[in-house]
Design a protein around this ligand. Sequence first.
Ligand code: GUN
Length: 283
Amino acid sequence: MYRIIDGKKTAEQVLNKIAVEVKELKDNSKDIALAVIIVGDNPASRVYVNNKKKDCALVGIESYEYALPADTSQEELLALIDELNQRKDINGILCQLPLPGHFDEKAVLNAISPQKDVDAFHPVNVGHIMIGDCLLLPCTPAGVMELLKAYDIPIAGRHCVIIGRSNIVGKPMAMLMLKENATVTVCHSKTVDLAGITRQADILIAAVGQAKMIKADMVKEGAVVIDVGMNRDENSKLCGDVDFDGVAPKTSAITPVPGGVGPMTRAMLLANTLTAAKVQFGE
Ligand code: GUN
């Protein structure tokens, strides 16, 4: 029988712990605030930003939204980031992606102070992840690690196969698993014999963005399967990269979609905001 890794429940536990720490800091007159920048009117971005604000309120972190029109210039956005970098009352800064096409996204992300970079997208923080001494972690990979920890899933010495090599998930995921002494293989769109490799995985992490592409014949009996995907199936129903119904019976543990990695990604943003604030407070 396999275990369903409950991301919603685990995220609630993480949020409860964060709320306790936030309250303790508040009681010492140390308020925490996250600035969330959204440019234009991308409906998905609006939902994400609203969720982030709701999550902040849940744990007692103040959130300030900066909603800028789609025709905002790069210079105007950089000026806002510069102001937020300097402000002592702002502990974390997040610029919701994607930005409208005329922006140089990389330059915008690089402008956020690494100490306030709660997405951990800045090259300085990416470098820290590579070295293994990071404080701020990219939210999705950090959420996956927390889930594995919460379910006492051993990592050291096990073969972790990651499908997907994005800067946000696949690459940092590989670094975090390496730090925990996994043997790591990263697969991608040019990988030859993908199923032959995924069948070797003790821990299989799918971050591809293709609905239900991981089928039962790609999974080893007893493997742990982590599904980072968030897609719509042929009936417009939310689903992951893993064909859950086919794959689950072969696994020892598996994350569902929704209710798996997603809530953990949201929780880790608040964990990063708390971490950033504590460093700034000298805690
Ligand atoms: N757009 C979609 N996911 C994310 C995220 O994790 N961070 C930011 N800044 N933008 C996003």
